[in-house]
Design a protein around this ligand. Structure first.
Ligand SMILES: [Zn+2]
Length: 418
C-alpha cells in the first residue's frame, strides 16, 4: 500500500470546489459566522463568498438568521452581518464501528450527532461473512426505521475497523483480535448499501471525529490515543489524518517501553506499551492481586461488583485499595513515557485519551501527565493538553466512523484519501 501523493496544482475546475470546502470548514469550525468574516478568514472576495453561500443556501445546507444580532448591528453600522450556519439535518451519514465482538451502527446528522443507533454482539469465532451480513442488515434496518430521512441526503458510509486497514482499497488487511484477513469492507458495504464507503482503522476514525466535530476543532495537530483490547493512536495534522508511508502511523501500542525482559507482545516483540496497559493486561494483573489477597478491597470489588471488570478495578482504587492504585500508577507511568516520546516526535497541541484511559481518567491522568512532562524534552510536555474524548465512549466509535464519510463532504474537493 502506497499513499504517496504528487503535488496537485489548481485548475479552473478545482478552484471553486476548493473554495467551497474552505467555506464549509469555516462554517463547521465557527458554528455561526457572517459572510464578511468568511471572506476575512478564507481570503476570498466577498463576491465569491456571496456566490458560494447562495449555492449552499439553495441546496439547504446553509441557513441564515433572519435578524442581525443586536451586538452585530452596533458593531457594523450599514454593513449587514447576517449570521450563517450549517443546517444539521440537511445531510446525513452512516457510521459502522467494528469493535472486538461487537458492532455499532449509527445514522448521524451533518455534524456527526447520532440520530439513531443500533448495535449487535457476536461470538469472536463467528465467520466474517456472517458478521458482515448481520451488520449490513443492521444498517439497512436503521435507514428503514427512519423513513422521514431523504435517502438521497445520506452522504455516505464510514467504517471504522479494527487493526490494519488500507484506506485506498477499503480492505481490512489484518484484524488480529478478530482473526480477520483481507476483508474487503468497502466493496462489500458499497454493494449492499449503494452508498460511497470510506474505511479506516477505528482509532484513526475516532481521531478524525475529534478533529472535525469535537475537542480538536480549533487545533492544528492532535493525537487521539486509545487503549482497550489494543493500544493505538490516530494523528491529525492540519485537519487531515496523518497516515505515514504505509498507513501505519500511530502504532504507539508497539512502542518499546521495557527493552529487556518485558512481556511478549502479539506483534512478536516484547515489552511493547500494549503489553503493559491494555484492558486485558490490567485485568490479568488485577486478578492476580485479588487472588493473592482474597480479603482485600480489590478482591471484594472483583467478586461483588457489577458491570465491566475494569470498572471494578477502578472502583477498588477509588475506594483506597493501595494494590490496585499502585498497579494503575505504574501502568499510567508507562503510558506517560509513551506520550513523552510522542510529544518529542509530533509535539501536538492536544492529546485526547480514550477507552480505558477515559474511564479511569481521574486515576490515570495525573500520573500520565506528570511522567509525560518529566520525560519530554525541555518543557514541551507542559504545553500539551491531555483531555478526555468529546463523545461518550459508547458512541465515540460510530461518530468517528460517520466522520470518515462526512470528511469526504467537507473536504470532498481535495485530492487523495478522504
Ligand atoms: Zn507489540
Amino acid at each position: 500500500m502506497i499513499l504517496r501523493r504528487n503535488p496537485v496544482g489548481s485548475s479552473s475546475s478545482t478552484i471553486k470546489p476548493r473554495n467551497m470546502s474552505a467555506v464549509l470548514l469555516m462554517l463547521l469550525r465557527y458554528g455561526r459566522i457572517s459572510r464578511v468574516d468568511l471572506a476575512d478568514l478564507t481570503g476570498l472576495s466577498t463576491t465569491t463568498i456571496t456566490n458560494l453561500v447562495t449555492e449552499l443556501i439553495e441546496a439547504g445546507i446553509v441557513a441564515q438568521e433572519e435578524q442581525d444580532q443586536p451586538q452585530e448591528r452596533q458593531r457594523s453600522v450599514g454593513r449587514p452581518r447576517r449570521q450563517l450556519h450549517l443546517v444539521p439535518d440537511a445531510r446525513y451519514a452512516l457510521g459502522i464501528h467494528f469493535g472486538v465482538g461487537s458492532v455499532r451502527v449509527a445514522l448521524t446528522d451533518l455534524l456527526a450527532r447520532p440520530i439513531a443507533v443500533d448495535a449487535l454482539e457476536h461470538p469472536l469465532d463467528l465467520p466474517v461473512a456472517e458478521v458482515l451480513a448481520q451488520t449490513a442488515a443492521l444498517a439497512q434496518g436503521l435507514i428503514r426505521r427512519n423513513p422521514q430521512l431523504d435517502r438521497s441526503h445520506i452522504l455516505g458510509l464510514g467504517v471504522g475497523a479494527s487493526g490494519l486497514v488500507d484506506p485506498l482499497t477499503g480492505v481490512n488487511i489484518l484484524a488480529p483480535n478478530l482473526n480477520w484477513h483481507d476483508v474487503p469492507l468497502q466493496d462489500y458495504f458499497a454493494s449492499k448499501l449503494h452508498l460511497p464507503v470510506t474505511v479506516d482503522n477505528n482509532v484513526r476514525a475516532m481521531a478524525l471525529g475529534e478533529a472535525l466535530f469535537g475537542v480538536g476543532k480549533d487545533v492544528y495537530s492532535l493525537a487521539f490515543v486509545y487503549a482497550r483490547v489494543g493500544v493505538g493512536a490516530g494523528i491529525v495534522v492540519g485537519g487531515r489524518l496523518y497516515y505515514g508511508g504505509g498507513a501505519g502511523a500511530g502504532e504507539i501500542g508497539h512502542m518499546t517501553i521495557l527493552p529487556d525482559g518485558g512481556p511478549r507482545c502479539r506483534c512478536g516483540n516484547s515489552g511493547c506499551l500494549e503489553t503493559l496497559i491494555s484492558e486485558p493486561v490490567i485485568l490479568r494483573e488485577a486478578q492476580l492481586i485479588a487472588e493473592r489477597n482474597p480479603g482485600g478491597l480489590l478482591a471484594q470489588h472483583w467478586r461483588a461488583g457489577s458491570g465491566p471488570l475494569i470498572e471494578r478495578v477502578f472502583a477498588a482504587a477509588r475506594a483506597g485499595d493501595s494494590a490496585s492504585r499502585n498497579l494503575l500508577n505504574q501502568r499510567a507511568h508507562y503510558m506517560g513515557i509513551a506520550l513523552a516520546n510522542l510529544v518529542n516526535i509530533l509535539n501536538p497541541e492536544l492529546i485526547v485519551l480514550g477507552g480505558i484511559l477515559a474511564q479511569g481518567q481521574d486515576l490515570l491522568l495525573p500520573v500520565i501527565r506528570e511522567t509525560m512532562i518529566q520525560r519530554a524534552f525541555a518543557r514541551l510536555g507542559e504545553k500539551v493538553a491531555l483531555v478526555p474524548p468529546s463523545f461518550n465512549h459508547q458512541n465515540a466509535g460510530v461518530i468517528g466512523a460517520a466522520a470518515l464519510a462526512l470528511n469526504r463532504f467537507f473536504y470532498q474537493h481535495y485530492e487523495g484519501v478522504a
